[in-house]
Design a binder for this molecule. Sequence first.
Ligand code: NAP
Length: 248
Amino acid sequence: MRGLQGKTAVVTGASRGIGRAIALRLAAEGCKVVVNYHRNAEAAEAVVDAIRSQKGEAIAIQADVSDAQQAQRLIKESLQAFGRVDILVNNAGTTRDTLLVMMKEADWDHVINTNLKSCYNVTRAVLRSMMKQRYGRIINITSVSGITGQAGQTNYAASKAGMIGFTKSLAKEVGSRNITVNAVAPGFIPTDLTADLPQDLKDALLKLTALGRPGTAEEVAGVVAFLASDDAAYITGQVIVVDGGLVM
Ligand code: NAP
């Protein structure tokens, strides 16, 4: 095995989409998983049930990770449940797409707080325990939008570009404590998040994708599991693009 057996992972936004696939994949490789969610308790419990049905260990914890106190509670309850946190996947994310000229302050704040401030909130809450145990794997789910920009997504692209700067800076801060910090940048993955994208934008994205098809949440999860594993022990501060050749 590649070092994931018995490790504890917290996956934010794991009730649906990519986070769900990450939780299932890490559990399949032997991790105990905290399935964080915001509003969808039923979906989160279904992920926990799916893991338990495969003889895995998981619990669901409700917390709005854009809120610092709730993020602290998420980590406190995770530590109470499993004793330690080895892997943190900052996956929770949202969009409120519109051109900047129309964008309300609330749309800006909501996306920045959910996608970027949440990384500060949850990582800050867990970091001391990772430093103490001299082990940690932090994986931030960014986006190709944060690399190339995307019209209609100034808030989203800024949050995702911010996550890349956060990833590289923190990697430099905590490398000496055997904590790696990496980012995964998916391209177009059909989930609830992308369901409302205009069809002409979806078509245009697929046209530019070398592999000629959208990706799957499972394909993103596989790369996250790799970064969490011992096989990636010497990789830190990197952004791994999982986009079928959309950005190159
Ligand atoms: P999704 O299907 O919409 O799922 C979003 C997840 O985040 C849900 O589990 C949701 O929980 C959770 N969440 C939202 N706000 C939260 C909050 N404040 N606190 C805690 N959890 C919260 O989205 P997805 O497509 O899987 O996206 C997952 C990540 O991948 C995001 O960071 C997104 O930006 C990134 N990404 C996605 C794509 C894509 O094409 N899909 C591409 C690039 C990057 P509830 O179910 O409880 O609401």
